[in-house]
Design a protein around this ligand. Structure first.
Ligand SMILES: [Cu+2]
Length: 261
């Protein structure tokens, strides 16, 4: 009797904890990568399977709850050419050299995994050389508010420059979850969720729900040991530039830009 009372009490306490955790998660489940930290991958044709996870839809203007369905999402990785490279922290000291000082093979990081279980269309976002820097997916069904969406892709193997002092390289990803197709002046918590680094682009979303809260992919050093002269090594951060976001973070469909309008 006493024992089962304790068990009941424990179960009740546990439910309370889970309930609290659940509430906390639903308030904070921003759009992120399912696997945000990976190791270097030097295998031939090496790749890492991942997903963009949309945690919630857009917010209605009545009570601010995330009750608005999502129509599509756009995902862009830094191109590594005109990217913003810092060391120490994501807003740390600017690195004056190039990404190749830290990463030997960044070029075409993204491969789409074909899937139409939520949205019907998937298309690459490429640079002028054909490098696959991201993708958009949308159309067909909506992602219903209150449900989560998982959008699969792979990242190419990343090799950290063996002679560098990088102990990790974190790529900052720009994502826009679109709930209503508008022009940039129509961006609001009800029309779009912008998970972008604030780099001064038209996609900063100052004051909006996801302001300066982008998803990241951290690649940790795991192949060549740090040179002894490096001490503890350095964390490196790579953000897409304003110029890249304003070029690449958009939806082109059959040669016509449909988002933003
Ligand atoms: Cu959120």
């Amino acid at each position: 009797m006493f024992r089962s009372a304790i068990m009941n009490y424990r179960a009740f306490a546990l439910m309370g904890i889970i309930g609290l955790t659940g509430a906390w998660q639903s308030a904070h489940a921003h759009t992120r990568l399912k696997t945000p930290v990976i190791q270097e991958n030097a295998a031939n044709h090496g790749s890492n399977y991942n997903d963009v996870v949309i945690g919630h839809g857009c917010q209605n203007t009545t009570d601010g709850a995330s009750t608005i369905d999502t129509l599509g999402t756009v995902v862009v990785f830094p191109d590594g050419k005109d990217s913003i490279i810092t060391t120490g922290t994501v807003d740390g000291a600017a690195h004056t050299g190039t990404l190749s000082d830290f990463v030997t093979n960044w070029g075409s990081p993204v491969t789409i995994i074909q899937d139409s279980s939520v949205f019907s269309h998937q298309e690459y976002i490429k640079d002028s050389l054909g490098n696959k820097l991201g993708f958009w997916t949308g159309g067909g069904k909506v992602l219903k508010a209150g449900y989560r969406g998982v959008f699969p892709f792979t990242t190419a193997g990343v090799v950290i420059e063996p002679t560098s002092c990088a102990k990790s390289v974190t790529f900052v990803v720009a994502i826009a979850d679109i709930c209503e197709i508008t022009d940039t002046s129509g961006f609001s918590n009800a029309t779009v969720q912008l998970w972008t680094p604030a780099v001064g682009s038209i996609y900063d979303g100052v004051g909006l729900h996801g302001y300066n809260s982008p998803a990241t992919l951290k690649v940790t050093r795991s192949i060549a040991p740090l040179p002894s002269s490096c001490g503890d090594g350095v964390d490196v951060f790579v953000k897409p530039s304003k110029a890249q976001l304003e070029r690449d973070l958009r939806i082109n469909f059959n040669g016509t830009q449909i988002w933003p309008k």
